[in-house]
Design a protein around this ligand. Structure first.
Ligand SMILES: Nc1ncnc2c1ncn2[C@@H]1O[C@H](COP(=O)(O)OP(=O)(O)OP(=O)(O)O)[C@@H](O)[C@H]1O
Length: 371
């Protein structure tokens, strides 16, 4: 019997009621201890995903393929096999993964743990049953940028026709507020401040009750050299409908009659406030959550949104930067004003193209939007 088994046996001795259940108790404690460690055996993941069989492949993003699997205890998981282009060492990866596994919120995908096998690094997430938000949103012939601001998108875009009934205004509003709460948690309330840097519809997963869960958070911690995959595609040019007072015209017709117009207008305006090109004037997530909780009320006029590729968008860090350095994606200083900067940076560029009405916009965002 090895040392750890002895340790557990001694631990359960005082609680033992009969000799027959000692084995069970030891097994339970060992299982709990392993879960606490957050580390998965490679063999466990091989068994869960049927050796990473192609039938189990959910898709492949910028960080590598993702497989669906089922653990022996019945839990469904999604296993992300990280592509091996990170220079991060095993110990650092382990430390960072443990930090990320402590991030727990109703609106954030739970990272159950990690696995290191030779040169391979894997992340194990809870499996989220429904589709990602981008698959539910009907593209309407528009070239939607991956970076569209979620709030505005959920209000504006039509829904996949077969799912129209499912996504009424109430549900859309719950998705919007859920995402905002998840981001607020990542920014302010998790142990380490986490700035996502790649918020987009495909990174919002919906569970069987349509609760939105933010996926792919903290990837900059695992790819600290700054080569993180951040999509920079630009939005289509047809969607230039935003003009002061005409916001309602861009709304999905399917919900136009049932949605309270003030609430919809607030959502669109919050979206525009979040993508102003000057990061200093954008609301932080705390303020966004408060604004969303108001049914009516006056919000300030948004300034002109930023332009993709201008000075506020950043897709890579300087060589040698660490993920915890100032300007990187994770901050431990809860008073830092950088959170607004980064979180809106990536979404900003898209909404800019999607919503701006000017043909010659000011990249510095100092001009108020004109009607
Ligand atoms: N926890 C999960 N539960 C269910 N499906 C998931 C989970 N995580 C990822 N997926 C699915 O796996 C696929 C790949 O996801 P991944 O996050 O790697 O890439 P992506 O979001 O499509 O692209 P990108 O890397 O550009 O963000 C997507 O279809 C995604 O919906």
């Amino acid at each position: 019997m090895n040392k750890s088994k002895n340790f557990f046996r001694n631990l359960v001795k005082p609680f033992r009621s009969s000799s027959s259940n000692v084995g069970d108790n030891v097994e339970d404690l060992e299982r709990i201890a392993q879960q606490e460690q957050k580390s998965f055996l490679f063999e466990t993941l091989v068994a869960a995903t049927k050796d990473f069989h192609s039938h189990h492949k959910l898709g492949e993003g910028g960080f590598g393929p993702v497989y669906r699997g089922k653990l022996d205890d019945g839990r469904e998981i999604a296993v992300k096999k990280l592509s091996q282009n990170s220079s991060q060492g095993k110990k650092e990866f382990e430390n960072e993964a443990k930090v990320l596994a402590r991030v727990q919120h109703r609106n954030v995908v739970n990272l159950l743990g990690y696995c290191i096998h030779g040169d391979e690094k894997l992340l194990v997430y809870e499996y989220i049953t429904n589709q990602s938000l981008d698959k539910v949103l009907f593209r309407h012939g528009l070239e939607i940028s991956e970076l569209d601001l979620i709030v505005t998108m959920v209000v504006v875009y039509s829904i996949e026709p077969s799912r129209k009934e499912e996504l009424d205004w109430k549900r859309r509003y719950e998705i919007i507020t859920g995402i905002a709460r998840g981001l607020l948690y990542l920014h302010n309330d998790s142990h380490n401040r986490i700035i996502h840097r790649d918020i987009k519809a495909s990174n919002i997963l919906l569970d069987d009750k349509w609760v939105p869960k933010i996926a792919d958070f903290g990837m900059a911690r695992l790819f600290p050299e700054g080569e993180t995959h951040v999509n920079t595609r630009v939005a289509g040019t047809k969607h230039k409908l935003y003009k002061k007072g005409k916001g309602m015209e861009i709304m999905d017709a399917a919900i136009a009659s049932s949605a309270p117009s003030e609430q919809v207008a607030i959502c669109i305006q919050i979206g525009l406030l979040c993508v102003q090109s000057d990061p200093k004037v954008r609301p932080d997530m705390h303020r966004v959550v408060i604004m969303l909780s108001k049914k009516h009320g006056h919000l300030e006029e948004p300034m002109r949104p930023g332009i993709p590729g201008t000075r506020y968008r950043r897709s890579r860090l300087p060589p040698g930067s660490s993920s915890t350095a100032p300007g990187a994606s994770v901050f431990s200083d809860s008073n830092s004003s950088e959170s607004t900067f980064n979180i809106t940076t990536n979404t900003a560029s898209a909404s800019t193209s999607a919503l701006a009405s000017s043909s010659n916009p000011d990249p510095h965002g100092k001009l108020p939007m004109k009607s």
